[in-house]
Design a protein around this ligand. Sequence first.
Ligand code: DX5
Ligand code: ZN
Length: 222
Amino acid sequence: MTVRINPSILSADFANFESELQRVRSADLIHVDVMDNHFVPNLTFGLPMVQRLQQVTPKPLDVHLMIDDPERWAPGYAEAGAYSVTFHAEATGDSVGLARTLRGLGARAGIALKPGTAVDDYLEIITEFDQVLVMTVEPGFGGQSFIESTMPKLVALREAVSASGLDIWLQVDGGISEKTIGIAAEAGADTFVAGSSVFHAENPAAQISTLRDLASAHSHAH
Ligand code: DX5
Ligand code: ZN
């Protein structure tokens, strides 16, 4: 199984994004946390910033929208060239319609579930998405502790993805470090967001490689 490590620039130096992106060139995708201070109690950046990042990033962007009204805003990120656009299940009444719109614009479409959101309703419509993001912390802030009780959702999702035979990525986000990545890989995740554990490391490239090795060692292929 292919393992992907996606550093979250929420933990990067906001005054130096271009050089921060160079520090994580060995990543698979760059995770971009968009927060609106409504869906989550924190505010980061929006479309103009992501359009600019798209011009200088050495890697495809993996945009995580923690915003209300994703129908209004998500298509703009796909139009800007984001490789993957993930919106929250809790923020929309029409996740299938929005995913189809995003795919129509050429992006991979992702759906994110907060720790308290059950996975059951999404298992039967999993083929509508290219990625399911299981939040392993409450969305809003970097540097929080991994919530292990979310792991059964990944087990159920991995089973559904295998049955589908499709290339649907299972992403975890929040509290991923060398202590927790193996647990998430064993449960079925293949795509790992890591903010503080990568950007606060002395050597982000070495940390990415450590995380990649640990995830591979614990992944389903073994
Ligand atoms: C939290 C964000 C995460 C955050 C993860 O709401 O979605 O992407 O950057 O940060 P760490 O890896 O520090 O938990
Ligand atoms: Zn995120």
